[in-house]
Design a binder for this molecule. Structure first.
Ligand code: SIN
Ligand code: CO
Length: 419
């Protein structure tokens, strides 16, 4: 029912990215996704390429010590503070006397049950949008295309807490970041849900495997694997979740995109006409000729691969409805911005989505031609940052600094390579 957890950055052995760590180290260990062909502890010493071939969308994988020495990216109080914000999606799940209850946030601190009370869970969605440490943690999972990434959800539970046995429709990495959680999983076919509950709970849960996860351990689950995680004492779990739109959602969104495009191009001016309509005696009946003519209009709807690519880029890079960018209150003018970026580098704001394909790049839902900007846009999109040195080198390319300054003024990028 819920979505994803998330974990913590830092090189193996280092708990949190500390501001005392040398920059070089931080950049090298915390920010880079693992190389596709190198074995990594994150994936149980499989390379990302092997993991994708053998496990992704196929079968669960338990990874002991995926992030050894990991400490939670957020403390319990920091998570509670996020749950108090109205631009953050949070849910409270309680299970008492065999009854499940679900409440939606925001939750003021005194609206949450006491941490001494058993069996409750707080879920906070999209932590990566609000916390740099959470965003940094996601970088480790960028061996999967950004287009598939959804968000990092974090849960807090007291002893016995959980969200009930359920299945999710997307892939998830469940990373234990504090305390212990007992996961039971099963590849059952029967995914019937308990009727009438406020959350998705399986009617019959038949686990075939159980594992106790400790901080730094991680469980990968493909879609539709039944699972239930019960806190053993106070615990926190991060879920790195992936988006998998349904065919219905894609169809609806694509047709909407096409219609909008037609309107922009003023193609839709062909309006329904019926100069031959006779007078009727049964006014409630839809005329057969109307159905035929509308059918003919719809049969003219055409699209090609470029339309699909352009739809996907805009759709997948569109910020979530709750996202608000914080534009700088007193923005630097272009000259000053260039001077500072040349000293400190730049980075995409953690809420920014920048994707590209062969023809175009898509920045927070807006499409632009790639030609002329390919070198620096693809580098910025893949690295999500440019070092001071790279900024200086790339800033000689036409209109680079003007565009990047515009994005800085909109709050889409920040000065400084590291957050
Ligand atoms: C999940 O089962 O998808 C995550 C639940 C949790 O973190 O409590
Ligand atoms: Co789940």
């Amino acid at each position: 029912m819920p979505k994803r957890p998330h974990a913590q950055p830092g090189s193996p052995g280092s708990a949190r990215i500390s501001s005392h760590q040398p920059l070089q180290n931080r950049a090298a260990h915390a920010l880079a996704p693992p190389a596709p062909d190198l074995p990594t502890p994150l994936l149980g010493n499989l390379s990302p390429a092997q993991f994708m071939r053998r496990y992704w969308q196929k079968k669960p994988l338990l990874i002991r010590g995926a992030m050894p020495g990991l400490a939670s990216p957020l403390t319990r109080d920091e998570l509670f503070a996020l749950a108090d914000r109205d631009d953050v999606e949070s849910r409270l799940i309680t299970h008492a006397r065999k009854k499940w209850a679900l409440e939606h946030g925001p939750f003021a601190p005194d609206e949450l049950p006491s941490v001494k009370r058993r069996a409750w869970t707080l879920l906070v969605q999209g932590v990566d949008l609000h916390d740099e440490r959470a965003r940094t943690l996601l970088e480790r999972f960028r061996f999967v295309p950004d287009a598939r990434l959804d968000d990092l959800m974090m849960s807090y539970a007291t002893d016995g807490g959980g969200v009930g046995p359920h299945f999710d429709s997307y892939d998830v990495f469940l990373l234990q970041v504090h305390g212990k959680r007992l996961w039971r999983i099963g590849a059952q076919r029967d995914l019937t849900l308990e009727p009438g509950l406020p959350l998705k709970v399986l009617q019959r849960f038949e686990p075939d495997t159980e594992w106790l996860l400790e901080p730094g351990d991680m469980l990968y689950l493909p879609p539709h694997i039944a699972h239930d995680g019960i806190a053993q004492g106070e615990c926190m779990t991060c879920s790195i979740g992936f988006r998998a739109p349904t065919a219905t959602e894609l169809t609806a969104q694509f047709l909407y995109h096409l219609a909008e495009r037609q309107e922009d191009a003023n193609v839709s001016s062909a309006r329904y006409r019926d100069p031959q309509q006779p007078a009727v005696t049964q006014p409630a009946e839809v005329p057969a000729a109307l159905v035929e003519k509308v059918g003919a209009i719809l049969a003219k709807v055409r699209w090609n691969d470029a339309d699909v690519a352009s739809f996907l880029g805009a759709y997948l890079s569109e910020p979530k409805p709750s996202v608000v960018f914080d534009a700088p209150k007193r923005p630097l003018d272009e000259m000053r911005f260039i001077q500072q970026a040349a000293r400190a580098g730049i980075r995409l704001d953690r809420k920014t989505v920048l994707l590209y394909d062969r023809r175009a790049y898509y920045l927070n839902g807006e499409e632009n031609a790639l030609s002329g900007a390919k070198t620096w846009v693809t580098e910025l999109a893949n690295q999500r940052r440019l070092s001071a040195k790279r900024f200086v080198t790339l800033s000689s390319l036409p209109s680079m600094t003007a565009r990047v300054h515009e994005w800085y003024c909109a709050g889409w990028i920040q000065v400084g390579e590291l957050g």
